[in-house]
Every structure is written in structure tokens, then in C-alpha cells.
Design a protein around this ligand. Structure first.
Ligand code: AQP
Length: 345
């Protein structure tokens, strides 16, 4: 396989209610990765309109995700931060990938099944095609690594299938044009840590999600200390004290979730959390979790508010990022056209 320069890409949808799951599963890991790799972080606004096109708050929500990136510590000067729709090559390459991906592949996507629900016939074509656009987001930069929460694993597998099929179908043209034996890398997902799947605070078997009707199911990054404390105190638990070993969390989804959240926020392992809180009642554990969550999330929420008060600054960051991302994407798209046989200007 040809050598690809290590590059991290990931995106977050501006669909409002950015929450602790988005932070622990994605954004916090973005921040960690920027120390050792080149990174491109994208606010995927074209993805945000797949479920519902008409979103009156789309601009504000795009700025809010950008503010979360910056408040969490992503450096937009050393890396690239931008919104997807400012770089038209994402949509352009997605069209090529629509012609690479097979209907059978998309029919297997569980996220579409969950989001479309029973009203599948009425779901938008964009929602169905979401994974092809996601593959394009990643591959237009030939990104080698994508930090995501566990829910995105299947989409990453599809991205690899698309890359592999494109590499195979155009093997002769790719070699002829000097790209070696692969035009696109087989991108690796970076999934892991104690909080790769944060669950709802009201139901430990359901993913914490922006679209959950109950605000008490999630901790929003913009929640103040009071709201964070209330939501954790109200979080569903069972009647037993915490176990002292991880095996004791089996079949206790709410306990497992809160321990995972604590470990994620403290940047430690679940086993260490249980070593400290094993046999403790939930009241003691929840009170420690409130202190930790407020200490970690409070400053991020405050910085987000400060940044969102200056939309001009956020838009300038996005514009600068789009220019730098666009230069890379434009080059890749021109090469794709050459390989596929599309005459270009
Ligand atoms: N509960 C979660 N635990 C861990 N990681 C999560 N992510 C989302 N929810 C959790 C990760 O956050 C990143 C950005 O997600 P997204 O906004 O692009 O899409 P999503 O996964 O659809 O987010 P939501 O909150 O679940 O939104 P809705 O309610 O619209 O479905 C991704 O890396 C994702 O894995």
C-alpha cells in the first residue's frame, strides 16, 4: 500500500445541544491528538441538514460547535478548523462516491435505520446517503485517522470499503498517473477510552444524544454548574452500592455509564475509579462526579459563551480554515477527475 502522510480528520454536526458524549467521545480526543499529529476538524453543516433541511438556528449552531472546539483547546492556527459547506469539493467527491458505493452497503447502515425509524419512505435521500458524504469529508484530505465515538464505527468501515473499491476499480489509471498502488488510504478509526459511548442519564441502554427529547438525559456543554449538578443528582441508578471490580458493572448500565463518565473526565481507567469508589453509595459517588464535571466542563462552557458573543471572530476562524482546507481538497478533486476521466478546466 502506498505511503500516506499521517493526518487526522473528524467532524461534528451543528445540530444543537452539544453534549458530554460529543465531548468525551470526540472533542476531547481531538484536543489530545493535536499535540502529536496534523489535524483537520470540521463542523459538518451539510450533514446537519440531512435529517431536517429547514433549521432556523443552523448558523448559530455552527458557531456554537466552532466555539466548543476552540474552548476545549483546539488551536486553529496550528491545525485547520472550518465548516464543511465552505469547501464545495466535499459534496463534489460525494457524488463520485455515490457511484462507487453499492446500495447493499448503504442498506446495512444501522444509523440510517435508527434515524429513519418506521417512517423510512419519508426519510430524505440525504439521510440515506450520509455515509458517502462522510467518506468524502475524510478522503478529500486523504486522512489516515479519524477519532470518533463508537456509534460511527460502521460509517468508518464503509469509508474504507469505498476507498478500497475506488483503488481497485481505477488501479491502472492510479498507477499510470504516478499514485502507486493506492489513491486513497484505508482510514483507521480511533475509538476508545473509558467513554467511547456515553449513555443517556435517564436510561443507561440509550446513547446520550442531541435529539433526545429530555434535556435531563444529557449534560450540555453550555450547562452551568447548577444544571450539571441537578442532572447528575437526578441521573438514574440502581439500589446497590458501586462494585469494586469492573466485572461487577455487568448488567448495571446506569452504574457503568456514570463510572465511564467519571473515568473519561478524570482521564483515568474505570478500574481506578472503582478502586476509589468500590462499595460507595451512589450519593457519595454522584457528589464527587458533580465536583469533577463542574471543574472540567464549567470553564469550557464559560469560554464558549465568551466566544459566541463575538460571531465575527468565529466566522474569521472558519473562513481562514476553509481557505486552507479548500487548497488541499481542490488538489485532490482535480486528481480524482483525472483518474476517473472527467475533463477539467
Ligand atoms: N453518546 C456519545 N458517546 C460518545 N461519543 C458520541 N458522539 C456522539 N454521541 C456520543 C460522537 O460525537 C461526534 C460528533 O457527533 P455528531 O454530532 O456528528 O453526530 P451524532 O453521533 O449523531 O451525535 P448525536 O448527539 O447522537 O446526535 P443525534 O441526536 O442527532 O443523533 C462523533 O464522533 C460521535 O461518534
Amino acid at each position: 500500500m502506498a505511503d500516506f502522510k499521517e493526518l487526522v480528520f473528524s467532524g461534528v454536526q451543528p445540530t444543537g445541544n452539544l453534549h458530554l458524549g460529543n465531548y468525551l467521545g470526540a472533542i476531547r480526543r481531538f484536543v489530545q491528538l493535536q499535540e502529536s499529529r496534523d489535524c483537520i476538524y470540521c463542523v459538518v453543516d451539510l450533514h446537519a441538514i440531512t435529517a431536517t433541511l429547514h433549521q432556523p438556528d443552523l448558523r448559530a449552531q455552527t458557531r456554537e460547535v466552532t466555539a466548543a472546539f476552540l474552548a476545549a483547546g483546539i488551536d486553529p492556527k496550528r491545525h485547520i478548523v472550518f465548516n464543511q459547506s465552505q469547501v464545495p469539493q466535499h459534496a463534489e467527491l460525494a457524488w463520485i462516491f455515490n457511484c462507487v458505493a453499492r446500495i447493499g452497503w448503504l442498506n446495512r447502515m444501522t444509523q440510517f435505520k435508527e434515524k429513519a425509524g418506521k417512517d423510512r419512505e419519508n426519510a430524505s435521500v440525504g439521510l440515506y446517503d450520509y455515509p458517502c458524504l462522510m467518506a468524502s469529508d475524510i478522503l478529500v484530505y486523504r486522512a489516515t485517522h479519524v477519532p470518533v465515538g463508537e456509534d460511527q464505527k460502521q460509517h468508518l468501515e464503509l469509508t474504507r470499503d469505498i476507498a478500497q473499491k475506488f483503488n481497485n476499480d481505477f488501479a491502472a489509471e492510479i498507477a499510470e498517473r504516478g499514485f502507486g498502488d493506492a489513491f486513497f488510504p484505508l482510514t483507521e478509526p480511533l475509538i476508545g477510552g473509558p467513554a467511547a459511548r456515553v449513555m443517556s442519564l435517564r436510561d443507561g441502554t440509550k446513547k446520550m444524544s442531541k435529539s433526545d427529547a429530555s434535556d435531563n438525559s444529557r449534560i450540555n456543554l453550555t450547562d452551568d454548574a447548577e444544571a450539571i449538578a441537578q442532572k447528575i443528582r437526578k441521573a438514574k441508578t440502581d439500589a446497590e452500592p458501586l462494585p469494586s471490580e469492573e466485572a461487577g458493572l455487568a448488567k448495571r448500565p446506569e452504574a457503568e455509564n456514570l463510572v465511564g463518565i467519571y473515568a473519561g473526565l478524570a482521564d483515568t481507567a474505570r478500574a481506578d475509579v472503582l478502586a476509589e469508589f468500590g462499595n460507595a453509595q451512589f450519593s457519595r459517588f454522584k457528589s464527587a462526579l458533580v465536583d469533577l464535571a463542574v471543574a472540567k466542563l464549567g470553564p469550557i462552557g464559560q469560554e464558549m459563551s465568551r466566544l459566541m458573543a463575538d460571531p465575527g471572530h468565529i466566522d474569521a476562524v472558519l473562513g481562514d480554515g476553509a481557505e486552507r482546507a479548500g487548497a488541499i481538497a481542490e488538489r485532490t478533486m482535480a486528481e480524482v477527475k483525472d483518474v476517473v476521466g472527467l475533463i477539467r478546466r
